[in-house]
Design a protein around this ligand. Structure first.
Ligand SMILES: O=C(O)C(=O)C[C@@H](O)[C@H](O)[C@H](O)COP(=O)(O)O
Length: 366
């Protein structure tokens, strides 16, 4: 299965949902000249899948240089970016050497930023290995690293030449990484695809069990929502920000709970509950009970005591979407349609948070 990201200025690249075996063919199709390639991955992915990827590349006549970095969010930082620069330059890359990012969101964002800046731009190939990366972070060109003051504060918009997502790689994902990715799939359904929402409702057990016959379609539907939004607004001047549904609370929850307590998707799942309540205040026809029921099926660990509304509210103020001190929220008008709102009343925020907390307390383990 393949979908294309077609940007208004004519740039275009494929998002392929297929086996890694097809990589050499796709590299040829996107006109990346065969020869040497620089491959960045992390220890977890290397342990599970590096041998097979190297065999695929070598059999097809490629010479990969492999850099294996530690797994986890702390790797998305300046010292590891420097490490990529050092090894790539010492090895002798040139402007045609493709950089292959083989991993989840951390590797994709970090290696993507390295590709954007090394020699002012190398061909970037995203080979996402987590659900969150396959449906979201590998597509659309957001690359970057974290700063002590916040996540993704240093980066660039840099589109890949190719995204190849192999659904079979998802079978080895740890459980929490899987459900974290599912939160972004639910997000894409809510902001852009009511049919995907119904599919999730009907086949939730299969979804949780990663039924291999369901995965390509699930990924493809979520990918299409992402592509539709990115092509309208590559650099997030406006509508692209709806991909941040659930993130105004979500980013703050991640930070206040302490990075690592919740996965990104778990924090976004909580944030979506709060955003759902705010949306329902304005649009009473929104099927609140139905949406809440699906969000409650996403497993989220118990909320820590430190996660009080006052602290959360302070941290929300430094959200990247805040303009002139005014918080911005993504709200749902109806199932499958979202918009940006700058005028959410202050009093509503605490009630929204209480709704999210109460919804978690009454959530039944699925
Ligand atoms: O691609 C986008 O645009 C997104 O906002 C996708 C988000 O789901 C994702 O969490 C993204 O990493 C957020 O990045 P940010 O730098 O805008 O916080």
């Amino acid at each position: 299965m393949v979908h294309y990201v077609e940007l208004p200025d004519g740039r275009c690249y494929p998002v392929v949902i297929d086996s890694l075996e097809t990589l050499p063919v796709w590299l040829e199709r996107v006109a990346v000249p065969r020869g040497r390639c620089f491959l960045v991955t992390d220890e977890h992915v290397a342990h599970l899948h590096l041998e097979s990827l190297q065999a695929i590349l070598k059999t097809a006549g490629w010479t990969p240089y492999v850099l294996v970095l530690p797994p986890g969010e702390p790797t998305k930082a300046l010292p590891y970016l420097e490490r990529i620069y050092d090894e790539a330059l010492r090895w002798g890359i040139d402007r045609r050497t493709p950089l292959l990012a083989f991993g989840g969101g951390v590797i994709g964002d970090l290696a993507g930023f390295a590709a954007a800046t090394l020699l002012r731009g190398l061909p970037l190939v995203q080979l996402p290995t987590t659900l969150i990366a396959q449906v979201d972070s590998a597509i659309g060109g957001k690359t970057g690293i974290n700063h002590a003051l916040g996540k993704n504060l240093i980066g660039a918009f840099y589109q890949p030449a190719l995204v190849l997502a192999d659904p079979s790689l998802l079978q080895t994902l740890p459980e929490r990484e899987w459900t974290s990715g599912l939160a972004e799939v639910v997000k894409h359904a809510l902001i852009g695809d009511p049919a995907l929402f119904s599919l999730l409702e009907m086949r939730w057990t299969d979804v949780l069990q990663r039924n291999p016959s369901l995965l390509p379609d699930l990924i493809a539907r979520a990918v299409l929502v992402k592509i539709r939004i990115v092509v309208q607004d590559e650099r997030e001047a406006g509508p692209r920000a709806i991909l941040n549904f659930g993130h105004t609370f979500g980013h703050a929850i991640e930070r206040v709970a302490g990075y690592g307590h919740f996965t990104h998707g778990e924090a976004v799942a909580l944030g979506m509950l709060a955003a759902l309540w705010l949306s329902h205040q304005r649009h009473p026809d929104l099927p609140l009970t139905r949406i809440r029921a699906l969000l409650q099926r996403l497993p989220v660990p118990p909320l820590p005591e430190t996660l009080d509304f006052k602290t959360l509210r302070q941290v929300m103020q430094v959200d990247k979407k805040t303009l002139a001190g005014q918080l911005r929220f993504v709200l749902l008008r109806r199932l499958g349609e979202a918009y940006l709102a700058d005028d959410v009343p202050e009093e509503a925020l605490q009630a929204a948070w209480q709704f999210a907390c109460a919804s978690r307390q009454t959530a039944v383990a699925y």
